[in-house]
Design a protein around this ligand. Structure first.
Ligand SMILES: N[C@@H](CCC(=O)N[C@@H](CS)C(=O)NCC(=O)O)C(=O)O
Length: 206
């Protein structure tokens, strides 16, 4: 049994989508960031950085934070959601890393500067440009392959989708990215994805 500490946010949705895809039994603990649950000592003992998601796998006695590490752990635990051939496997890890280093943090900053109400034009311009560059790279990749790793759906798709989904909720212009939009629609049609983005609550915006 896995305990998942999460909230309705892009990083949280990666864990819920993966757990739903894998049909692993798990218990959700809703960490309400606005109430400061993530700064309480009980939560900080799981992740000293005070961020969701966190999992505690009671079967292995392993506690993990960082969403990409959680996705890799769940893939290894089940032997699913990572291609078994070496080329596909490393393509998935590469795109997972791209999401972690070059996409998620950039989109996080863009969401912050575009929705916080404080108008900081230099920051808005910078994060808009960098996130559009990331969308263009993903769009070009998805014009050539059904999924980020190639023919197989993987944890790289799950991680990237969670951010693209939230960008959509924030009304970021996605029109130029036709292949990215088609891929997004394919993922959104998956029952596990639909469930994952509604746990612990359906996100309606930033
Ligand atoms: N790199 C981390 C980022 C986690 C993260 O920033 N989570 C946000 C929610 S999406 C959070 O817990 N924020 C709480 C805070 O900033 O105090 C991951 O991928 O898990």
């Amino acid at each position: 049994m896995i305990d998942l500490y999460t909230t309705s946010s892009p990083n949280g949705f990666k864990a819920t989508i993966a757990l739903e895809e894998l049909a692993l039994p798990y218990t959700v603990h809703h960490i309400k960031i606005a109430s400061g649950d993530n700064r309480q000592s009980a939560f900080l003992s799981l992740n000293p950085y005070g961020r969701i998601p966190v999992i505690v796998d009671r079967d292995t006695n392993i506690t993990l934070f960082e969403s990409a590490a959680i996705l890799l752990y769940l893939a290894e635990k089940t032997g699913q959601l990572l291609p078994s051939d070496i080329k596909g496997r490393w393509a998935a890890i590469q795109w997972l890393q791209f999401h972690s280093c070059s996409m998620g943090p950039i989109l996080g900053q863009r969401v912050h500067f575009e929705t916080s109400g404080a108008k900081v034009p230099i920051a808005i311009e910078r994060y808009r440009r960098l996130s559009e560059e990331a969308f263009a790279i993903l769009d070009a990749r998805l014009a050539k392959a059904q999924f980020l790793a190639g023919d197989e759906y993987s944890i790289a798709d799950i991680a990237t989708f969670a951010w693209v989904h939230v960008a959509g909720l924030c009304d970021f212009a996605m029109d130029p990215y036709k292949s990215l939009a088609l891929w997004c629609a394919r993922l959104r049609a998956r029952p596990a994805v639909q469930k994952g983005i509604a746990i612990p609550e359906l996100a309606t915006g930033p």
